[in-house]
Structures are given as C-alpha cells and as structure tokens.
Write a protein that binds this ligand. Structure first.
Ligand SMILES: [Zn+2]
Length: 316
C-alpha cells in the first residue's frame, strides 16, 4: 500500500526528494481588485542525499560552496484540486571544476523558471487550447507569466529552433494576419514533416529573403518545391535563392494532388471548388435555357403577323 505522502509526491511529480514539512495556509490574494482568502499548500523539501550538490550542467557532485540567499527560494508546482502548491528549499551553490559557480541542480526545477517542469508543461499545453487570460485565471498566475512558462517549456523541449531549418525539401510560404488583421507575419512550413519551420513579423521580399539567407548554399540547392500564393516576392526569392526549386502557384490543387494523404485541405480550397463548380453548372444551365426557349418558339409555330394599318398613331 502506498502511503498518502508518496501518492501526493507522485501526483505533483516530486521524485528524488525528501519532504521535511508541509502546511496548508490561508493568504489574502487580490483578484480583479477584490481581496479573497486563498488556500495554499506549502511544502518544504530537499533533494535526497544522492542528488544534492550537483552541477546543473555536467551533473557531477561537489562540496557545497555557499548559499544563494539567506532565505529559502520558492517554486510553484501544479495545483492540487485547484489549490496552488508552493515548494520551498534553500538552494546551495556549488563550484564545479569545469563550469564554475552555479546554483546546484534540483530535481523539481525547470531551468531558471520559478515553476516546476510539469507546471510549465501544463501551461504551455493549455495556452494552445484556450486564451492566455483563461490560462492565467485557471492556474492562478499573472497574465505575463503565461508567456514565461511557455518559454521555459519550449527551451527545454527544443533548445535550438534552427534544427528545423536543416533538411528542408518542400516548403510552403504564406503571410497571415493577427491582432484584428492589422499585423502580418510570414510563416514558412515544411510540407514533408508537417511543421512550421520559421515565423517572422511583417511580410514581403525582405522578410522571405532573411529566411533564404539562413540556409546554407547546399540547403538552398536542396529545396525542390516552393509553394505559396501568387505573390511576386515569393517568385523573385525562389528564382534568386533556390535554383532547383519548382514554384507552385495553384497551391491547393497541386499540393492536394501531390501529397494526397499528408496535405489537409481546409475550408478555403473546399469553398473555392464548390463555388467554382456551382458557377460552371449555372452558366451551362443558362445555355440550356436559351436552347429550350428556341425549341419552344419553333414548336408553337405562331403565324407571322403583318400590320395592315395603324390607327390613332401619329406619323412620327
Ligand atoms: Zn559542471
């Protein structure tokens, strides 16, 4: 049977630590200008002896050097049934022979973030699903902190974003607007790996050129397909930087035909094709109508009328 403590440690993802003491406290907290009583769980802990005083970079064990501050620092862990959990620990500094003086490695921290790894993961995932404001209210953090949590999670999962630029063969370029449609960003997409490779504010030739210049000469030559709308700047850059690339203008149709299984056609191409086919049908229906009318006139075969005389018409 697992003890309640080990279940709790598991739930908030605290491994390799000793819990020294824990408390439930009530603190006044300001929300939207009003002061509420908020429950909090405080946990004082330390890494088990084997994981104490380790260099955060190489993981080697050293003797403690000094303490970072007089008081213990705190970290936010994932909520327990909506109640925020705070972890306290007086972090040591160590002097690594290779890397110099650093704050020691601790199992629950996520880099320099004041939040634990699972907390940052949670916030990053939620930010994909709902508004920033909703995330900040639900998790009980500042609106701006949401961005920092995402950054911490991103830095851990993908420290070097430029990895995405290597091995590109088929790319798709487009600009899109956000913030009520007044601000533009340019997005480059890898059609083989189905992921966004590069995003930059603004649009136009200079922006896409900046992307082209990030690639080495060999990488530029390896690009086979550049797809996008009919914009001139995509044409010009493709000619200039990607000598072996084919430029696709009728993006939706061609891409759908080439990558039938991997290319997801959204609403836009579907609506375009529906309206196009609808227009085609309606115009042929018009021809058909004209033809039926002509048949009708012939079939009725009305006698030809000739005016013999006009009465009460002026001469003019
Ligand atoms: Zn080290």
């Amino acid at each position: 049977m697992a003890s309640l403590l080990s279940i709790l440690k598991n739930v908030i993802n605290l491994n390799r630590v000793h819990v020294e003491k824990s408390e439930i406290v009530t603190v006044p907290e300001r929300h939207f200008g009003e002061i509420y009583e908020e429950k909090r769980i405080y946990i004082w802990l330390r890494p088990i002896r084997r994981y104490q005083s380790r260099c955060p970079i190489c993981g080697k064990k050293y003797h403690g050097y000094d303490y970072r501050s007089e008081e213990e620092s705190w970290w936010r862990a994932s909520n327990l049934n909506g109640i925020p959990v705070y972890l306290f620990y007086r972090r040591q500094r160590i002097e690594c022979a290779e890397h110099g003086v650093h704050a020691e490695w601790i199992p629950w921290a996520d880099g320099e973030s004041r939040f634990t790894e699972s907390f940052n993961n949670e916030v990053a995932w939620m930010a994909l699903q709902m508004s920033k404001l909703a995330v900040s209210i639900l998790m009980g953090i500042n609106w701006r902190t949401v961005g920092n949590c995402i950054k911490a999670a991103h830095n851990r999962i993908e420290p070097d974003v430029s990895v995405r630029l290597h091995g590109l063969r088929r790319i798709c370029v487009d600009e899109t607007s956000y913030r009520k449609g007044h601000t533009y960003i340019t997005v480059v997409y890898d059609m083989e790996r189905n992921q966004v490779v590069w995003v930059h504010p603004d649009h136009g030739k200079e922006v896409f050129e900046a992307f082209c210049q990030l690639l080495s000469k060999e990488e530029q030559a390896a690009i086979e397909i550049v797809a996008g709308d009919g914009a001139k700047w995509i044409d010009n850059c493709t000619k200039e930087y990607f000598p072996n690339a084919t430029r696709f203008g009728m993006v939706y149709l061609v891409l759908k035909l080439l990558f039938w299984n991997s290319f997801t056609a959204g609403y836009a191409p579907m609506m375009i094709s529906v309206f196009f086919l609808g227009g085609l049908l309606l115009s042929f229906l018009g021809f058909l109508g004209e033809y039926v009318m002509a048949i009708n006139i012939r079939v009725m075969n009305r006698p030809l009328v000739v005016e013999e005389e006009r009465i009460n018409f002026s001469l003019e």
